[in-house]
Structure formats: structure tokens, C-alpha cells
Design a protein around this ligand. Structure first.
Ligand code: GRF
Length: 187
């Protein structure tokens, strides 16, 4: 199975996934793609000698640059890990829905346009939620609304801060994302 990772930011999930699958007998991270030339994901890919692809928002929306690479590398599953652009409808259809995303809340809570990164955690804290968590879901045409694959809760402490919460969510994401990829690849 060939997997492509798409990321826009720091890329800590990408690094963790690259590390987990580096000697995997069946699953290969064949491509890391980003719309941000400064994304840590591209640096991590270079460190693991995985091919990279950079594209602009416009190229994603109007050209087949990503689709051609996906075809060239014979990608079976696309994994979004902190990818901030909307995946075009045509792309979703031509890839037959095999696109997986992670979201740092228990969807449908704190999902949708503009709900990413710190925005999510700040809302969770200001609403004094007792529980939050992470969601793995398929990508469809609407932000964070695709079919849910798995959710993992996290219980907030009384004195939880943005920084402590972010740290715990990241730990949970790192511990679960590789397993979810493995599970989908084996289905
Ligand atoms: C993660 O919290 C993920 O849930 C969200 O964006 C963040 C990406 O972090 N979609 P990183 O770039 O993997 O460090």
C-alpha cells in the first residue's frame, strides 16, 4: 500500500508517521505534499528520503498537479495531517473517497471552517468543556463532515491551559494516527 501525506504546518504528525512506517513490510509512505514551502513536513520527508511535492492553493484548485503525482506514485490512501486547504470536490471524487483526516476535537463539536489548531482548543477551554479529544474521519466536500472512523476522548484537568491541552492532544494524535492508517490499509 502506498500512502501520501498532505500537511501545511509544523508536521509533527508527519514526522511521527514517517518514523512509524519507515521499515513497515506492507505500507510505504510514498509521497509528502504541502502547499507551504516552509512546512516542517517537507523537512521531515527529506530526512526520511521520501519524495516531496509543493503546490500553491491555486494549483490545487485549478490544475491536476496533485492528482498526477498521486497517480505517478500509485497512491492507495491520502492522509491529511494538519492540511489547511479545502480538498477540491473533483479530487475527492476522482480519488474515490480514500482520503483520511485528523481533527483535534470530538466532531461534530468544534469543527467546520476556521476551526483548526489553537482556535479549537481555545474554544474548548473558554466553554469549560470537561472532555475533548480527537477524531479520524473520511474527507468529503464539507469541512470536517465526512464519515467518522474513530474518536478518542481526553479529559481536561481543572487547571488545563492552552499549552498543556495542545501537548496532550498531540501525544494522543501521535499514539493513534499510525494505527488508524494501518487499520484502513488492511481493510
Ligand atoms: C493537529 O493537531 C491536527 O489535528 C490538526 O493540525 C495539527 C497538525 O499538527 N489538523 P502538526 O503539523 O502535525 O504538528
Amino acid at each position: 500500500m502506498n500512502v501520501a501525506l498532505l500537511a501545511s504546518g509544523k508536521g509533527s504528525n508527519v514526522e511521527n508517521i514517517l518514523c512509524y512506517f519507515r521499515n513497515h513490510p506492507k505500507i510505504k509512505i510514498a509521497l509528502v505534499a504541502s502547499n507551504n514551502s516552509k512546512s516542517g513536513a517537507l523537512i521531515h520527508a527529506n530526512n526520511y528520503s521520501v519524495p516531496t511535492l509543493e503546490f500553491s492553493k491555486k494549483e490545487l484548485e485549478t490544475s491536476s498537479i496533485l492528482l498526477s503525482s498521486i497517480n505517478n506514485y500509485k497512491i492507495d490512501l491520502i492522509v491529511l495531517a494538519g492540511f489547511l486547504l479545502k480538498i477540491p470536490e473533483l479530487f475527492i471524487h476522482s480519488f474515490n473517497g480514500k482520503i483520511l483526516n485528523i481533527h483535534p476535537s470530538l466532531l461534530p463539536k468544534y469543527g467546520g471552517k476556521g476551526m483548526y489548531g489553537d482556535h479549537v482548543h481555545k474554544m474548548v477551554l473558554s466553554n469549560k468543556e470537561k472532555t475533548t479529544g480527537i477524531t479520524f474521519h473520511y474527507v468529503n466536500e464539507d469541512y470536517d463532515e465526512g464519515k467518522i472512523i474513530a474518536q478518542f476522548p481526553l479529559f481536561l484537568e481543572e487547571n488545563e491551559t492552552l499549552s498543556s491541552l495542545k501537548g496532550k492532544i498531540s501525544q494522543l494524535e501521535w499514539s493513534k494516527y499510525p494505527q488508524i492508517i494501518e487499520r484502513l490499509c488492511n481493510e
